[in-house]
Design a protein around this ligand. Structure first.
Ligand SMILES: Nc1nc2c(ncn2[C@@H]2O[C@H](COP(=O)(O)OP(=O)(O)OP(=O)(O)O)[C@@H](O)[C@H]2O)c(=O)[nH]1
Length: 373
């Protein structure tokens, strides 16, 4: 059976929030605020820091009912990935009393230099980990004062921003308005699908950071709009039924930032620094043949998987009445999720790609060829 023919049934896996952000951006400050909140009381927190303490899964008493583990002799995205996998597997019984698991949610705080992709891969590909855990969302913290410079200098920070479901901007109190606007525009260009929020010393309601991913989207299909990005949903709606498939591509290279979340950014040269990381949105009016899309996804991810940072889509597949949501990080895809209804009653396919050094034309031409078939 092919990938698109296997929509997942709702699972009861433990949702995982990956908290990332460059060195000193404010991750720990945020985490300290979060763990005080009742919504986080049954959370296990894994903190990965570079440090000198040997890796002995040293346990700390957390400030709330939650539990905390420190992984501190390397970075979980590279040198100690197997330690992360083992820690996750062990945690299920280690934090259990009388056969009952004592946590319902997992937060992983990465080091400031971590690439989120390998961590997501560990969650998705290690069978014993994937059985118990499912990625809920990637939350990336950005420092308003240094963020633009950090993005200029550090590929890691770009990748953290590009893969985020939510971008939390800290230190607005010490940033100029110009710095804040520049960062806001830049992040909107890199990752139009991610919500941007301003944080004051890490303060935010935990609920806002939870339930970000597609795993439980079935229950709240209206949220698909936000998840795919307002830009993909609004700007790319097809109208004419006579369009040829190639003409149905719509380009959305800028984000419509959600009202009330951040002020609208003034127009500018959004991609001056980041030409290599881009968001590309495509819409298709006619139903897509599953086998052709799968063949294309397989080709494109095997050739360019490393540079295909994120893929999100809501698809109208031939022979299906309901929308199918797909979600991938590099060459790995979560099981597709079938929604109950088309959000807003609008039935058409949307695909969003966040890529590094992949020209839009490459996607457009190959996709057109495959779907034209
Ligand atoms: N002015 C200001 N300072 C902040 C804010 N948020 C965090 N900080 C400060 O920024 C510094 C770094 O914050 P941390 O939370 O330790 O950052 P981190 O991302 O965990 O840092 P690493 O562990 O080095 O990756 C601390 O001194 C915080 O008090 C904010 O909104 N405003």
């Amino acid at each position: 059976m092919s990938y698109l023919d296997r929509p997942s049934t709702p699972t009861h896996r433990i949702p995982v929030t990956l908290l990332t952000g460059f060195l000193g951006s404010g991750k720990t400050t945020l985490l300290n605020q979060l763990v005080q909140q009742p919504a986080m009381s049954r959370s296990l927190v894994i903190i990965n820091e570079f440090g000198e303490i040997g890796l002995d899964h040293q346990l700390f008493a957390a400030s709330t009912d939650g539990e905390q583990i420190e992984l501190s002799n390397g970075c979980i995205c590279c040198s100690i990935r197997t330690d992360l996998a083992r820690t996750l597997k062990d945690a299920v019984w280690r934090f259990a009393r009388e056969g009952q698991r004592q946590f319902d949610r997992l937060i992983i705080e990465t080091t400031g230099l971590a690439d989120p992709a390998p961590i997501v891969h560990t969650l998705m590909t290690e069978a014993k980990v994937a059985r118990h855990y499912a990625l809920d969302g990637i939350v990336t913290v950005m420092d308003a004062a240094n963020g633009s410079t950090t993005l200029d200098r550090h590929e890691e920070a770009l990748r953290q921003a590009a893969m985020a479901d939510m971008l939390l901007i800290t230190k607005q109190d010490v940033a100029s308005k110009a710095q804040l606007n520049a960062l806001h525009q830049r992040l909107a260009a890199i990752n139009p699908g991610a919500t941007q929020r301003l944080l004051d010393h890490g303060r935010i309601e935990a609920d806002e950071l939870l339930g970000l991913g597609p795993e439980d989207m079935d229950a709240r299909s209206a949220d698909i709009q936000r998840w795919l990005g307002e830009a993909a949903s609004n700007a790319a709606t097809p109208h004419s039924p006579t369009l040829s498939p190639k003409a149905m591509f719509a380009s959305v290279d800028r984000a419509e930032v959600q009202a009330g979340v951040m002020p609208a950014a003034p127009a500018g040269d959004l991609n001056r620094h980041d030409d290599h990381i881009r968001a590309h949105c495509f819409v298709f009016e006619r139903p897509i043949r599953a086998s052709r899309l799968e063949a294309w996804l397989s080709l494109i991810t095997s050739l360019m998987g490393q540079d295909m940072l994120r893929i999100k889509g809501m698809l109208d597949i031939e022979g299906r009445d309901k929308p199918l949501v797909i979600h991938g990080v590099q060459h790995l895809f979560h099981p597709p999720v079938e929604l109950e209804a088309w959000p807003g009653g609008e039935r058409f396919s949307r695909l969003v790609f966040i890529t590094r050094d992949i020209p839009r034309e490459t996607l457009e031409m190959t996709l057109g060829d495959f779907l034209d078939g």
